[in-house]
Design a protein around this ligand. Structure first.
Ligand code: URA
Length: 268
């Protein structure tokens, strides 16, 4: 049964536009896998200066702890201050080559947050995530589950574009992590959808392949927010045969969102 969506199109039409052969109905086996816990906690920011330490020792310790202090500070920022901080960020060398930082867009109270890898060329120019061809497909994917760019929040692991769209480096991911963590804290979503291998591996601190990470629920961060992994839309543009698997992922997300928000008037 295909439902009519908010703007009048039938879900069937969206699936067709996604390039999914909707007349082929095959049950996709979802791999059962124990949920992977993300054990990354907030870094402890206070380490006592030992008695008897010299002024030089104290200066050294201060220097070493600066990044931790900065992380704690980022963890306390409100939306506007956080955006400003990201726009002016020089925590890694990517600020030297970017046009501008790409903060994120959408509903700051969204139930669902989508997280990609890093801005590409067009995002770097426009200052908005997923505005290129992959972004158009992402919009279609969202529409297929009755959502839109305005009703979710979209951001990336990295806020600055890596030159030539190379993979993010570990030090860049680490430098950007406090921003993403704070965004997620402020939004407090019910669900996170990681788009592609790089986002999934960074968020879950895993080296497992996308194939292994898909098809199971994971947890992110101190709130153990539910996290699902799907293909990156840029990959789906290159490998449309996997759109059907992506549709299975989206259906799991849609179901969890429905479970998380019972219809008006129905007690939870
Ligand atoms: N790819 C991503 O991962 N993020 C974007 O914002 C654009 C392309």
């Amino acid at each position: 049964m295909f439902m009519k969506t908010h703007n009048g199109l039938f879900q069937l039409q969206y699936l067709e536009r996604l390039g999914i052969d909707v007349w082929v109905r095959r049950q996709c086996e979802v791999t059962r896998q124990a949920p992977v816990e993300n054990t990354a906690g907030r870094a402890s920011v206070e380490r006592p200066v030992q008695l008897g330490a010299t002024a030089e020792d104290a200066a050294d310790i201060q220097q070493q702890e600066r990044p931790l202090t900065e992380q704690a500070e980022i963890a306390s920022l409100n939306w506007e201050a956080l955006r400003e901080r990201v726009e002016q960020c020089e925590r890694c060398s990517l600020h030297e080559t970017r046009t501008q930082a790409v903060f994120g867009i959408g509903d700051r109270q969204a139930q669902l947050v989508l997280i990609g890898e890093a801005p590409g060329a067009q995002e770097d120019l426009r200052g908005e995530p997923f505005v290129g061809r992959a972004g158009k497909l992402l919009d279609e994917m969202l529409r297929a589950i009755d959502l839109s760019r305005e009703t979710v929040y979209i951001t990336n692991v990295l806020k600055s574009r890596p030159p030539n769209n190379r993979d993010p480096r570990p030090e860049e991911v680490a430098a950007c992590e406090p921003y993403l963590r704070r965004q997620l804290e402020l939004i407090s979503p019910s669900l996170i959808l990681a788009l592609g291998r790089v986002a999934a591996q960074c968020l879950l601190k895993s080296t497992q392949s996308l194939g292994r990470l898909r098809g199971a629920w994971h947890h992110y961060g101190p709130q153990a927010t539910l996290l699902r992994v799907t293909y990156h839309p840029a990959y789906l543009l290159r490998s449309p045969a996997d759109k059907r698997n992506a549709w299975q992922d989206l259906k799991h997300v849609r179901q969890r969102l429905r479970d998380a928000s019972p219809p008006m008037g129905v007690a939870p």
